[in-house]
Design a protein around this ligand. Sequence first.
Ligand code: BG6
Length: 481
Amino acid sequence: MSFDLVFFGGTGDLTWRKLMPALFQAFRHGKLPEGGRILAVARDDQTDERYREWLKERFREVEAGKRPSDEEFERFAALVHYKRMDLSQPEHYQGLKDWLDARNADTVVLYLATSPHLFTGICQQLGAVGLNHDKVRVVLEKPLGHDLASAQEINRTVRSVFAERQAFRIDHYLGKPSVQNLMALRFGNALFEPLWRRESIANIQITLAEQLGVGTRGAFYDGTGALRDMIQNHALQLLTMIAMEPPASNDADAIRDEKLKVLRALKPFTRESVSRDVVRGQYRAGMCGGQPAPGYLEEVKVPADSACETFVALRTEVENWRWAGVPFYLRTGKRLAARDAQIVVNFRPVPHQIFPGASLPNRLVIKLQPEDGLELQLLAQKGAGAGEQLTPVSLDLDFDKAFATHRVGAYERLLLDAIAGRLNLFVRSDEQEQAWRWVEPILDAWAADGNGPRPYAAGSWGPAAASALVARDGFSWAEEQ
Ligand code: BG6
């Protein structure tokens, strides 16, 4: 199967930091289909050769294990081409179409790795020159909109040019191996599904913690904040994977229909519930990962009086028969105590205790990063004699060790899926809009609340109010147990 993969924003950060290295990994491991061309499109006037040299330099900044040798780069670079385009010029789209038509590959993937405000203009121009025919797929990077209205506007334009099955909306968390394993865990094993409900589960915690600050992205981040950057997309997508009903098949729409139902069942926020159930924070200077870290307001291109949140913790519920009354806690933040993304499923305690001492309920930890695995916490007896208290033990499965072969990274997975036309791990427009609909009352309540975010020290687990949020229900965050 021949394919042409075009990166709009061909000299941008996303292209050289994530997309090209991911493609190179696919190439190195023989996963990239034969007969492919990769075309970087950007405004600079340069040749294929100069672009390849530039890309080679950029690869030096990629983590060592993922860097090509000179010989590997030569072979990979032979697939890479460059085309100058001014995205506001209709005739430049015609030039692109001519370039693509000259080969007439089986599949054309147009990846919009540009600033999202260009998406509608690019899609319209692509449509105008006929670059929306059956063989074409368009990949849209997040952030897809800033609120419901802007997301709907983008979707309207995309829909006026492409069919929904041609639109691949990326949420790179869905490409992470452990997230795919979540589907396998729930729907490939009979063990957990009978327990996966309110009768056995006390609460579920989704934590996406980062140690990094906003770095050089201050200007972008300050107009975005943690709720839009991480909760509206990544955290909610994880929640849908945890809470969804078993889909009838592994088809994209069967899965996405079930995810949408979860989003629709999320308890809507009101002004009162936002002030009770949502905590926003902003980091101050502190020690993070053993290094002194500046506060958010000292970061480059961040206004000194910014009220942008760099931390969010919230409590919600999925209002249906399976989950009624089970709290789902979602938490994300920059400059936290650890880089740690995980989902913790806390089971209910045993109904009747026959062993001495306090009983610890079972817990399933789905680890997304830095490790990628599963940990099931149980209680056991050491055999030390009568009257012994039970001891917590864990069944620990490290997927990297269990599957010694190369594990496909998130962008690599998603790029290969876009080329192959598999939509399972991409977000449908109705899911995305529903997520905005749910998040908006929080944004509105914050806009009307002059109190602003609560400060927390860099290197901590966020404001104390985040612990209080969970403690109110008689629970605690995983690291506090
Ligand atoms: C991106 C956010 O979507 O995800 C970033 O815009 C964040 O702010 C990143 O740092 C986290 O991704 P990962 O894969 O490193 O957890």
